[in-house]
Design a protein around this ligand. Sequence first.
Ligand code: MG
Length: 364
Amino acid sequence: MKRRDLFKALGAGVASVPAMAGGPSKLESKVVRLKLRHTWTTVMSSSDYRDTVHLLYTRDGLAGVGEGAPIVRYHENAESAERAIESVHDLLAASDPRQFAKIMAGVFRRIVGQYAAKAAIDIALMDWFGQKLGVPLYTYFGLDPADAPVTTFSIGIDNPELTRQKVREAEAFPVLKIKVGLATDEPTIDAVRSVTRKPLRVDANEGWKDKEEAVRKINWLESQGVEFVEQPMPAEMIEETRWVRGRVHIPIIADESCLRSADIPKLADAFDGINVKLDKTGGILEAYRMIQIAKSLRMKTMLGCMISSSVSVTAAAHLSPLVDYADLDGNLLIANDPYSGVTVREGKLILPDRPGLGLKPAAA
Ligand code: MG
């Protein structure tokens, strides 16, 4: 099935836009409901599905696909993301997609917030452009796919019995990411450790509000074979995190504290690294910039993702040869991925070598 047909099968509304010099562009956006394999619980929420917004950008016989996973914490949802995309249809239709950086600068000026929508546009344009050049996106960025890191597989918060079951199901992954930040942290880690001795990375999602509690928890996690901790304290508690950092022995990675480039300098002595996600940055271009800025400040870099299909996860994966850590498993947590792209072999990310994102319809 061609991408266009797949998109139709997903029930996309087609927005016709005027013809332009060099060939008409066509934009189709659609909210796609992704069903989760397990009910997903973190400090922030619990759910059985996630809605993401997909964008198909067609021109010159090539179809670029984009996706954004709206983040509730930043007052985004699938409908607001779709409206944001529709609000710049005229700009996209009137622009030359080879000037994707100029287009995205215009998109950032026109749309306030709505970074998932921006990500969907950026990814679709870059997918289109990679296909136009006939190269995979990692080649456009001058990267070697052999440098792609291992990805963690995430285990959401659950009771000990289900936690053990999820850890067994994740047998193929050499490193696990465990969601913590609740009163049940110790039983959770105990349950994981009753099944495996694998290295663990933990994400507290801002769960510890008290700096002494954070130190106590992290010191205990150090004794449990945890490699690093993500966002131990609320996003704005940077001073407290700096205090915590002086009292622990594993890296602290910023996620909710670090959305875009401008956030990085103030975090450089409170955190050891940053977690970059396309749905926070508004796309691949800003993600690339963040990774370079963090490296220049000698910070560790990580690529993460929201729960999304292979569109968004594959887009992030094309930058993964640049980073120290990857947590790109959002597509593995869903049961109805419309596409296949990046795959995982013994935990390592395997990038598709087809042009652009290199996506195929899942059934193909
Ligand atoms: Mg996180």
